[in-house]
Design a binder for this molecule. Structure first.
Ligand code: GLV
Length: 305
């Protein structure tokens, strides 16, 4: 009884060699070459074809290959009671935090402006720093680390979440969104994608931001109303954005974001799961599933994260 890896179009060699060196006794099958569906007890998924899990009647564990599980939960034919886990690992957190710190520093120290000045051979020492106060929307494992590291660097940082929590930094929740937005001028989206958070970054929210707020979205493309971001840029609610995620990935070549100078983009690379770092926790959950023990990093299906 073994593990199926289902991640169409991606090279899985690194995952396979990690699993094999950690525990060669676990049989691994890689989609689309699944010869023995009855033997599949655990499935490791990234953008699996909806409905495919119904082919595995002995499935007892579903693992996301990344931090997010929205790609799994959107399957309308997801087996109802099979537990789902996600990746929480130091390397993933470290890369995500580094990316956001890079985005904040680029904005704060105006790297784009100085690159432009260099191209123009222009020496302009005026206003060398943009004063920033950062707000992180969504303070789970990843968001919290971003708040901690930026705070450690001396930045003013606040967090926003769904429910009340005692935090070591200014934390807002629920109906306090407007107060939160008033404190900040850099907004970092770290929310999980759920029915509630889809389209959260929209014109109505941008209007409530301090004029010229800078946006960083490293969560999911669907958090952002892309058309309304363009309007918010035109109206000056938002001054610029660093985006790593998009509604459609790869971003279509006719998408208006390609031509928008105020938007800086990367191709969903802010933090990519490292199989060396993540394989041990998948196998640990495989072992726990076999022994009927509590899983690590199991998500709550009702909450959606
Ligand atoms: C990446 O987007 C992830 O969910 O890990």
């Amino acid at each position: 009884m073994g593990l199926a890896i289902i991640s169409p179009g991606k090279n899985m060699d690194a995952w396979i060699s990690n699993f094999q060196s950690l525990d060669p006794s676990i049989p691994i099958q890689v989609y689309p070459d699944i010869q023995d569906p009855l033997s599949v007890e655990a499935a490791l998924l990234w953008n699996h074809p909806p409905g495919i899990l119904l082919e595995f009647p002995n499935l007892k564990l579903i693992c996301s290959m990344g931090a997010g599980v929205d790609h799994i939960l959107k399957d309308p034919q997801l087996p109802e009671h099979t537990p789902i886990t996600r990746i929480v690992d130091e390397k993933l957190t470290w890369s995500m935090t580094n990316y956001v710190v890079m985005g904040v520093l680029n904005h704060h120290r105006q790297l784009v402006r100085y690159q432009q000045q260099q191209r123009e051979k222009r020496w302009d020492m005026s206003s060398p720093e943009i004063e920033v106060s950062i707000g992180v929307l969504g303070v789970g494992a990843l968001g919290n680390d971003i708040v901690d590291k930026l705070s450690y660097m001396g930045f003013k940082v606040s967090g926003f979440g769904k429910s009340p929590k005692i935090m070591s930094y200014p934390y807002y929740f629920g109906s306090q969104l407007d107060d939160f937005l008033q404190q900040i001028n850099v907004l970092v989206c770290m929310l999980p994608l759920t029915a509630e958070t889809e389209g959260y970054l929209n014109l109505e929210l941008f209007k409530k931001c301090n004029p010229g707020t800078y946006l960083i979205n490293v969560a999911r493309g669907k958090h952002l109303n892309e058309q309304e971001l363009l309007v918010a840029l035109e109206r000056g609610y938002i001054s610029g954005a660093l985006l790593d995620v998009f509604h459609v990935e790869p971003l279509p070549s006719n998408h208006p974001f390609w031509e928008e100078e105020r938007i800086m983009m990367t191709p969903h690379i802010a933090s990519v799961t490292n199989p060396n770092a993540a394989a041990p926790q998948i196998l640990e959950n495989f072992r726990r599933m076999k022994m009927s023990q509590p899983l690590i990093n199991q998500i709550n299906r009702i909450k959606g994260y």
